[in-house]
Design a protein around this ligand. Structure first.
Ligand code: MN
Length: 287
């Protein structure tokens, strides 16, 4: 099942190129603050799913092109992220000069965090701040969304705790400064275009991950090339912090990171999960 947020906080189920509004059956108030409707849907999904499926039999649908998709989970309790998690990216960071001194691959470093405030939607632009001389890079990643929470989740039980997956771009200002700040500018974490539930995706091992800039393929790898795999990410994070429904773990990226500039278009596709295409603008002078 592909679960989306759209048109000011409504909840929709995507089938092909159409979307059905299931806001009412999910018991979500689109205007609520904080916007935690999706968190509750995830927490109560075992009960809600049959109701949603029943509603879909008669629910009217509209073309996806006629709605504005929003980031599916705007208010997670935690936005966790894996650092250098593909060997080819770890190597390029060593030679590019952008790597932070002493930075370690994910199997030694653990995780870091981005501000939840950096989350943005599949139809919002990535806004490049006014920081002369700095580069702002794309990082193609997969978001794992936690379903059932837990502490000290063992690797062989990790898949039982995953609700679904989404595309995620970990936009990063390179160079000096705290990593959490360099990765936390508004719009620096597009997630979407929806959450695809884990049952529809299957085992998260052979999933193709691709990112294009202006139509040119810049990043491409497969999930099973991660140093710390999806199951191990759940184990590693839950050993430190209790995971709760709706927590997001960003997978880390493969080689091929590079600058985004105002006027660019960036496209990301995670196989069996989804695809989204975003504009890049300048915060000072929108293109
Ligand atoms: Mn990253």
């Amino acid at each position: 099942m592909k679960i989306a947020r759209f048109n000011g906080g409504k909840i929709g189920i995507v089938t092909g190129d159409r979307i059905a509004d299931v806001t009412a059956v999910c018991g979500v108030d689109p205007g609520e603050w904080p916007p935690v409707g999706m968190n509750r849907i995830i927490a109560n999904f075992a009960t809600l799913r049959p109701k949603i499926e029943a509603a879909l039999k008669t629910a009217p649908t509209v073309p996806l092109a006629d709605v504005k998709l929003q980031t599916p989970l705007p208010w997670p309790h935690k936005l966790l992220a894996m650092p250098s998690n593909f060997r080819d990216h770890a190597a390029e960071m060593k030679t590019s000069g952008f790597g932070v001194a002493g930075s370690l691959p994910a199997d030694e470093a653990g995780f870091f965090m981005k501000s939840n405030g950096s989350l943005s939607g599949p139809e919002e632009a990535i806004e490049i701040p006014d920081r002369p001389g700095r580069e702002f890079h794309h990082e193609c990643e997969m978001a794992t969304i936690i379903g059932t929470g837990g502490k000290d989740i063992p690797v062989d039980k990790a898949l039982d705790h995953i609700f679904g997956y989404a595309c995620l771009i970990d936009v990063t200002m390179r160079g000096k400064g705290e990593r959490v700040m360099r990765k936390s500018f508004d719009t620096f974490c597009p997630v979407g275009p929806w959450i695809t539930t884990a049952d529809e995706v299957g085992a998260p091992d052979d999933i193709d991950m691709k990112l294009w800039v202006n139509g040119e393929l810049r990043q491409h790898s497969v999930a099973n090339m991660m140093i710390v795999g999806i199951r191990e990410q759940v184990q590693t994070c839950s050993e430190v912090t209790t995971l709760v429904p709706g927590d997001i773990i960003a997978s880390g990226t493969m080689a091929g990171v590079g600058p985004l500039k105002p006027g660019d278009t960036v496209e990301i596709e995670i196989a069996r999960v989804g695809k989204m295409k975003l504009a890049v603008t300048s915060r000072l002078a929108p293109v």
